[in-house]
Design a protein around this ligand. Structure first.
Ligand SMILES: [Zn+2]
Length: 85
């Protein structure tokens, strides 16, 4: 992940946090949304780490398209699709 992509994902996270915070009162503080908010905040903390964007399991880069939609992803789609051992 290059510097430009990192800053793009950072902006994406901030925008998603803003949107969630705005939606929360209407959603009646849905537990799922609160969990997602916490995950996005945690993602923001580790975005500057060298291994940010790498799959926790296989260490391959998670595609930018996936990170744009779901920046808090820590596992790539290939690993997610693998049946649990
Ligand atoms: Zn993986």
């Amino acid at each position: 992940m290059n510097k430009h992509e990192r800053s793009e994902i950072k902006k994406t996270i901030l925008a998603q946090i803003d949107a969630l915070v705005e939606e929360l009162p209407a959603l009646g503080k849905a537990p799922g949304e609160i969990l997602r908010l916490r995950r996005l905040e945690a993602t923001l903390m580790r975005i500057d780490a060298d291994n940010f964007g790498a799959c926790f399991k296989c260490e391959r880069a998670i595609p930018m398209n996936s990170l744009r939609i779901c920046p808090e992803s820590t596992i790539c789609s290939a690993c997610l699709a693998e049946p649990a051992v």
